[in-house]
Ligand binder design. Structure first.
Ligand code: ATP
Ligand code: MG
Length: 458
């Protein structure tokens, strides 16, 4: 094991752990990543596996993806691979594609600027006095590359020359101790790139690590820096937080550190005036059910996730509109648009997800209409399955009668159906009247798909 150095200060010389003393085997590395590493090495470049791939392999977990770092420039990388595309304007990254798998190859970087989606860089050109570094890209050495990374456990390098692991930043002791520690001065690093606060929560939860006290301390105080992050980048982060099987804990972590309100201000406000355990319980249950689906390898969709996260503010806004005399159906629709319009200022929600999300909302009152041919018609709606899953959650937290959910479950199973109660009662955002809406009035910017996938892909 490497010597334990004082934490918080990058080491100048790496601790090198030879192949015999660590558990990373080439058998666990994607073949395509190995191809890229060998090709670069044979062309005379330095090439390392780095980031989450190395971290997860050392922990005995299955990596989500494999990233490569090299001293070859992006253009030099491009020359080595036919299946290569350079992306980004300021930071050029090489994507080497093998069928579905993309190996991202990054040239060693010297500066610690926000590691952002390269296509979003244009949005970052306004510093707004927040202290973020907006310097142009400077390529650097592997040592510099290690120091500009976020957490020590994310800055370990697997060397394809001799299969050793290199540690420049005391990452191995942290990995062993289960400590998540930001490299360098935490406050500075959060100011450079506030998304690192979200990453801190995500990795702590995902890996079951404890944040180092100095990594943890500034988070609450700096939370509002997140308002400067481009919404498109936030959307990506939200998916990584909530759709990888640890969403319920991520939600709790984000709330604990005062970050959730930065992402979903209207939901946070709704949580503050919580009635009878709802909506916090509702969101937690929705996330738990999504986590369960992930663990079972079932598809999950951002549409359902955002439906769960935004339902309470939508209900509240709809109630207010109804109180002003608006028809319940219109109130629900208008409230949905109002909340989405607000929400996308913080977290982008592409139309292909917001459209089905709003459909999930709008189908809710229709579950209460159990007379005549209506139930059969609702069953054939392309969004039925997701809306039904949503109904089940609402029943679980007591927002609608369990009897209603059971009735729809039985109907789908083809079980004998109890006749519906004489007065349609539960469901929707409040009491509703029957009303016919003209033909195809629902569509708005719609490109929602037509499949019946429950929480599954839209
Ligand atoms: P995951 O398991 O989610 O893929 P990861 O650690 O690989 O985790 P990525 O977002 O894939 O995370 O990034 C790859 C690596 O790039 C990280 O391990 C880290 O070294 C570096 N990195 C990513 N984002 C940042 C950032 N905002 N600031 C500094 N370094 C970053
Ligand atoms: Mg990764």
């Amino acid at each position: 094991m490497p010597p334990s150095e004082p934490t918080g200060r990058p080491l100048i010389h790496p601790v090198i752990v030879p192949r015999a003393d660590h558990n990373i085997s080439r058998a666990h590395i994607s073949e395509n990543a190995l191809k890229v590493l060998y090709r670069l090495k044979n062309a005379g470049y330095e090439a390392f596996l780095v980031g989450g791939g190395v971290r997860d392999l050392l922990l005995g977990r299955e990596p989500k993806d494999f990233d490569v770092a090299t001293n070859a420039s992006p253009e030099q990388v491009e020359k080595e691979f036919r299946n290569c595309r350079l992306i980004g304007r300021r930071f050029r990254l090489a994507h080497v594609r093998f069928g579905d798998e993309i190996i991202e190859v990054a040239t060693f970087r010297a500066s610690s600027v926000a590691d952002t989606d390269p296509d979003e860089v244009a949005d970052l050109s306004h510093d707004g006095g927040t202290g973020r570094i907006l310097r142009d890209n400077i390529y650097g050495t592997v040592e510099e590359d290690a120091e500009r990374r976020d957490f020590s456990v994310n800055a370990l390098y697997y060397d394809i020359r001799d299969f050793s692991v290199r540690d420049y930043v005391d990452g191995l002791p942290d990995l062993r101790d289960g400590v998540l520690r930001l490299i360098g001065d935490p406050e500075l690093r959060y100011r450079e790139d506030p998304v690192r606060m979200l990453r801190a929560v995500r990795f702590a939860v995902k890996l079951g690590f404890k944040m180092h006290p100095k990594t943890e301390a500034p988070i609450g105080r700096l939370a509002d820096l997140l308002s400067h992050v481009p919404p498109a980048r936030m959307f990506e982060e939200i998916l990584k937080l909530f759709l990888y099987g640890f969403g319920e804990q991520a939600f709790e972590g984000l709330r604990h550190y005062g970050l959730f309100g930065q992402l979903f201000p209207r939901t946070e406000a709704a949580l503050a005036v919580e009635e009878q355990g709802f909506p916090q319980m509702f969101i937690a249950k929705a996330l738990a059910s999504t986590d369960e689906r992930v663990h079972q390898d079932l598809p999950v969709t951002p549409a359902f996730l955002f439906a769960a996260l935004l339902w309470e503010p939508v209900r509240q806004a709809a109630r207010e509109l109804e109180a002003e005399g608006m028809h319940p159906g219109d109130a629900l629709r208008n409230a949905s648009f109002e909340v989405v319009e607000d929400q996308v200022k913080r977290v982008a929600l592409p139309r292909r997800f917001s459209t089905p999300m709003i459909e999930i909302f709008q189908l809710q009152p229709r579950f209460a209409q159990r007379q005549g041919k209506r139930p059969q018609r609702l069953l054939t709606h392309p969004r039925f399955r997701a809306a039904y899953d949503f109904l089940l959650l609402r029943a679980q937290v007591g927002e609608v009668e369990q009897e209603l959910a059971d009735w729809w479950t039985a109907l789908q199973a083809g079980d004998p159906i109890a006749p519906p109660p004489a007065t349609p009662g539960s469901g929707g955002t409040g009491r509703r009247r029957r009303r016919r809406r003209g033909g195809r009035g629902r569509g708005r910017g719609g490109n929602g798909g037509g499949e019946d996938a429950g929480q599954g892909s839209p």
